[in-house]
Design a protein around this ligand. Structure first.
Ligand code: NAD
Length: 464
């Protein structure tokens, strides 16, 4: 696979400061497909300097000019759609059709959405005798994970650039190739040198250097809660802004009046897609005691369609595979009933985990509390609505969720009582303009749409 042996800094591909490299592995066959440079604090520093130097000029551009560049970025990404999909399939392992429809098409749409938002966004407002200006925050350090590798890059970089900020990106070490493709698209779109910079590298080296850099004004991080809380502590000590998009353990609440078969089938698909490596996945299915056996049977049948190597790809790496298999073993040990899948690797080669469904899960079990990040669904029974709400809100997370009911108002009333940042009502579709982000330990800050743009702006009030 094609890879740059360089960092993208100040508008050009430049040799890395050090000589270490990171091997990129295809998780479906465990073969090394490319290597990229492992950035050092010196690379991060060069990138932050370039971003700082570019900031005043970019911040002063008219929104229409920034919109023109973002439209060009959208077009450059769209022209690479197939290459993006093939690259994500090679480094993440997701089936090609999913890579095309989700890993390529969603970020292309999100990049375009910021060009549209800029056409009408008010960067100035009147409040009594004041004019309030919304100004870009400055240099943004963006640290992204591997599970939706291009989407998570675009969900940070597009609004930051739209706001007039400049950016240094440190993408996940497992998926650096699509980040390099993104840098190529930025280059082609004609952004001024230094507005966007890419440093590939390890989290503990390049990521930490970026999060700790004194000249970064805002750190936007998506990934594990453990790393996120550390980054927030560092940012807090330096009094700099931080946005965190962390884990989830979202509830799919099926009320008794719902279309049970549809709710269960969509729920299983939601968990199994991307091999369960989705922070917003509905990994806890809550079903009324009276419908429980029927729901378990439906989910077992639905999970059987997710054959490893076919509709379900591998996990990203051996460590994640071992982690998820460990959670499945723990679920069995704690007394949950395995009705589909299990801890055994379904294929001899590749980091696959079988599509797994647990019944008789109680809210206090580890598999009902912790983010597994694999194709593992837990089905929990509830006695009544109050019990369902207690279970739904009974984790440290609050990122997403779903409610199904025969009557939409009934579902909305339940959703309004959930401690979570997003709820899909009766299978409502993903909306790339709706704010996305967490309650509780799922983080703070919002991505996407106008709310995502606001993250990268601060206000200045002038009184008259
Ligand atoms: P991680 O949090 O270690 O990695 C995410 C990003 O942070 C990567 O770019 C990584 O290089 C960087 N990073 C790691 N340590 C850092 C540090 N000390 N300072 C700065 N940057 C650092 O996540 P992981 O190890 O890849 O995955 C572990 C678990 O995290 C998963 O099993 C899952 O539960 C969770 N996760 C959540 C999301 C999400 O979308 N919310 C994404 C990926 C992983």
């Amino acid at each position: 696979m094609k890879a740059h042996d360089a960092m993208y800094i100040d508008g050009a591909w430049r040799p890395a400061a050090g000589t270490d490299t990171i091997a990129v592995v295809n998780p479906a066959d465990e073969q090394v497909i490319a290597t990229v440079p492992a950035g050092t604090p010196a690379d991060v520093d060069a990138a932050v300097r370039a971003a700082r130097a570019a900031f005043p000029g970019w911040a002063a551009t008219a929104p229409a000019e920034r919109a023109a560049r973002l439209t060009a970025l959208r077009d450059a990404l769209a022209a690479r759609r197939e290459e993006i999909a093939e690259t994500v399939t090679a480094e993440l392992g997701s089936p090609l059709a999913f890579s095309q429809a989700v890993h390529a098409d969603v970020p292309i749409a999100v990049a375009g959405s910021y060009a549209t938002i800029l056409a009408t966004h008010a960067f100035e407002e009147k409040v009594g005798n004041s004019t309030v200006h919304h100004e870009p925050v400055g240099v943004v350090g963006a640290i992204t994970p591997w599970n939706y590798p291009l989407h998570q890059i675009v969900a940070k970089v597009a609004p930051a650039l739209a706001a007039g900020c400049t950016v240094v990106l440190k993408p996940a070490e497992d998926t650096p190739l699509v980040a390099q493709l993104f840098a190529e698209a930025i280059d082609e779109a004609g952004f001024p040198a230094g507005t966007f910079n890419l440093v590939t590298g390890l989290g503990l080296v390049a990521g930490q250097a970026l999060a700790e850099h004194a000249d970064v004004d805002l750190v936007s991080f998506t990934g594990s809660t453990a790393v996120g809380s550390r980054i927030a502590a560092t940012a807090g000590a330096a009094v700099k802004r931080v946005a965190l998009e962390l884990g989830g353990k979202s509830a799919n609440v099926i009320l008794p009046s719902a279309d049970l078969a549809r709710a269960v089938n969509v729920g299983v698909a939601n968990v199994m897609s991307n091999s369960g490596q989705t922070c917003s996945a509905w990994t806890r299915m809550l079903v009324h005691r009276d419908q429980y056996d029927q729901a378990v049977a439906l989910a077992t049948a639905a999970a059987a369609k997710y054959v490893a190597g076919g509709r379900i790809g591998p996990l990203v790496n051996a460590k994640q595979q071992a982690r998820v298999r460990g959670y499945i073993e723990q679920g069995v040990e704690e007394g949950a009933r395995l009705v589909a899948g299990g801890p055994e690797a379904p294929l001899d080669k590749g980091y696959y985990v079988a599509a797994t469904v647990f019944a008789d899960v109680t809210p206090d079990m580890t598999i009902a509390q912790e983010e597994i990040f694999g194709p593992v669904l837990s089905i929990l029974p509830y006695e009544d609505e109050a019990d369902a709400l207690r279970i739904a809100n009974g984790t440290v997370y609050g990122l997403a969720g779903a409610v199904w009911a025969g009557d939409q108002d009934e579902a909305v009333a339940f959703a309004r009582r959930m401690d979570t940042g997003q709820v899909d009502i009766n299978g409502g579709r993903f909306n790339p303009l709706a704010p996305f982000g967490g309650y509780k330990q799922s983080g703070f800050g919002r991505e996407l749409g106008a709310h995502g743009l606001a993250e990268y702006l601060h206000t200045k009030s002038l009184q008259f």
